[in-house]
Design a protein around this ligand. Structure first.
Ligand code: ISL
Length: 537
């Protein structure tokens, strides 16, 4: 692949990933929904930022009940986003710029409109019946077990299908029936969907709720103490590992270091670690506790310790995520925690940006592969979506608000008369847009660019060991060591400066500061409020 360097270390260990939610990234046809051509038009901006790989959320044919996570054709582009030729051009242009392209793969469920399900639902004797999970009603007519679906925790993970008199399983929406991976034809068909995209040149996949492809065949009730937890957060059965090993063999047989990062939505890092297998299952797996962690030193210290303790002995490579398309952005979460501390709105805004900046430095200096969610590089907060514009069944619209590109009236989202963007734009669009921040070296955008460049220029920040360093209360520190090169990262989670001189780091060279584009050359030993600093020994 032109422009992409080949190194001894797999590229996905060194890469900074950038998640694109295509509906909200950039629109080229004025329908108010982003498209593949919009991504292609902004590849230079992403190369300028310095990221190495793009993960593009689903753009496949879909009735959009879950905005693309309900796929009706795994091997085609939904006309809303473009077409296959447009996708090929996007990949070619990305590769020419040295950007890898990873796409979403949704193996746990299809859309109810997928021809497989349409046929499966047509009769109990249909050839595709066993491709989904059907069960007879219990004697009292209730669902086959007590599993709870995601989003509406009062809803069963089952829908009764009147015409054929059985229930079908859906860990998510009724419109997203679960595939039955016990059926060999499903395994083969889903492997074919991987081959389809690998043959087209994608560098890998982000596999949606991939721990769902194995289910306990007895479909036992979830224990009463887990009541109210969606089954997708509990589903953890041995057969999945065997299926992941087959997927890994398929992917590794392709040249060019293709990869898969799995969304294993289990909230224990120990449990997630098992999905790496012995370097024969997932190449990477998301680890979500940091995505939910408040801005507190002890919580982050625990997240880092857990990741190192669970993954390092297996030789499994960590991942780090602050935000994604399913959860409030981290700056919004940190706003909320500041608000609870009783601060006034202006202080909350200032502090949440400082926290988001420090978190960015943390994300980009921890041992593991970082994933940046589109818009975090602008310091975006979630949009407040008025009730009449809310569209997501999971209440996740706020973090999906379209990205402001410039300071014009439409911020780069011109729409045809009578149409509007599918969601209101992200807030503070006059200052939190790409053009304004590109012109301002103090901006969050420049901080991300500097942090990514610093990471690239400092191998110990990418490949070095990571060891905690005892630091004053309310701060955390860790050391990254590779050969005789050492850096220390210090983060202050508090609103007051902290003297760290007992750590003996004063006087060291400063590589990066979260809130200062031109840091002093030597560390004073004092960490500012909500500030992160990287020093070189
Ligand atoms: O969104 C969540 C909480 O608000 C999570 O529980 C989420 O459902 C879980 O992370 C699985 O997410 C993935 O699969 C879903 C899809 O809606 C999400 O967008 C996707 O990231 C079903 O495909």
């Amino acid at each position: 692949m032109a422009g992409v360097p080949v190194t001894a270390v797999p590229w996905w260990k060194e890469a900074v990933f950038y998640q694109i939610y295509p509906r909200s990234f950039a629109d080229t046809d004025g329908d108010g929904v982003g498209d593949l051509a919009g991504i292609r038009a902004h590849l230079n901006d992403l190369a300028w930022l310095g990221v190495d790989a793009l993960w593009i959320s689903p753009f496949f044919r879909s009735p959009m009940a879950d905005f693309g996570y309900d796929v009706s054709d795994y091997c085609d582009v939904d006309p809303l986003f473009g077409d296959l030729a447009g996708f090929d051009s996007l990949v070619a242009d990305a590769h020419a710029l040295g950007l890898r392209v990873v796409i979403d793969w949704v193996p746990n469920h299809t859309s109810v409109e997928h021809p497989w399900f349409v046929d499966a639902a047509s009769s109990r004797d249909s050839g595709h019946r066993n491709w989904y999970v059907w069960r007879d009603p219990s004697p009292d007519g209730s669902p086959p077990n007590n599993w709870v679906a995601a989003f509406d925790l009062t809803a069963a993970a089952w829908t009764f299908h009147e015409p054929t008199g059985q229930w079908y399983l859906h860990l998510f929406e009724e419109a997203q029936p679960d595939l039955n991976w016990d059926e060999p034809a499903v395994v083969e068909a889903m492997h074919d969907t991987l081959r389809f995209w690998l043959d087209r040149g994608v560098d890998g996949f982000r596999a949606d709720v991939v721990h769902g492809i194995g289910k306990d065949p007895a479909l036992p009730d979830d224990p009463p103490e887990e009541a109210g937890i969606p089954h997708c957060a509990l589903n953890d059965v041995p057969v999945t590992h065997e299926r992941l090993r087959a997927i890994r063999r398929l992917i590794d047989a392709y040249p060019g270091e293709r990869m898969m990062v799995g969304e294993v939505f289990l909230l224990s890092t120990d449990a997630v670690a098992t999905y790496y297998g012995h370097d024969d299952e997932l190449h990477l797996a998301f680890n979500f506790p940091p995505l939910f962690a408040p801005w507190l030193a002890d919580r982050w210290t625990a997240c880092i310790d857990d990741a190192e303790r669970s993954l390092e002995p297996r030789g499994a490579w960590p991942t780090w995520v602050l935000s994604n398309h399913d959860n409030p952005r981290h700056r919004t979460r940190y706003d909320r925690s500041a608000a609870r501390a009783g601060e006034d709105p202006a202080t909350i805004l200032r502090r949440s940006e400082a926290r988001a900046r420090a978190a960015a430095v943390l994300l980009l200096t921890l041992r593991g592969t970082p994933f940046v969610y589109q818009g975090d590089e602008l310091g975006l907060v979630d949009a407040d979506i008025p009730a009449d514009r809310q569209v997501d069944p999971g209440g996740r619209d706020g973090c999906r608000a379209p990205l402001p590109w410039d300071g014009s009236d439409d911020h780069g989202w011109p729409t045809a008369p009578g149409t509007t963007t599918w969601l209101p734009l992200a807030p503070e669009a006059d200052i939190r847009n790409r053009v304004a921040q590109r012109d301002d070296p103090r901006s969050v955008l420049h901080l991300y660019r500097r942090a990514i460049a610093t990471r690239r220029a400092t191998p110990e920040l990418v490949l070095g060991s990571c060891t905690p360093v005892a630091s004053p209360e309310g701060t955390l520190a860790f050391r990254r060591v590779l050969g005789d090169a050492t850096c220390t990262v210090l983060v202050n989670f508090g609103g007051d400066p902290v003297d760290t001189t007992p750590l003996g780091l004063a006087g060291l060279e400063v590589l990066l500061v979260s809130d200062d584009p031109a840091p002093v050359a030597r560390f004073s030993g004092v960490l500012g409020a909500d500030q992160a600093v990287v020093v070189r020994h």
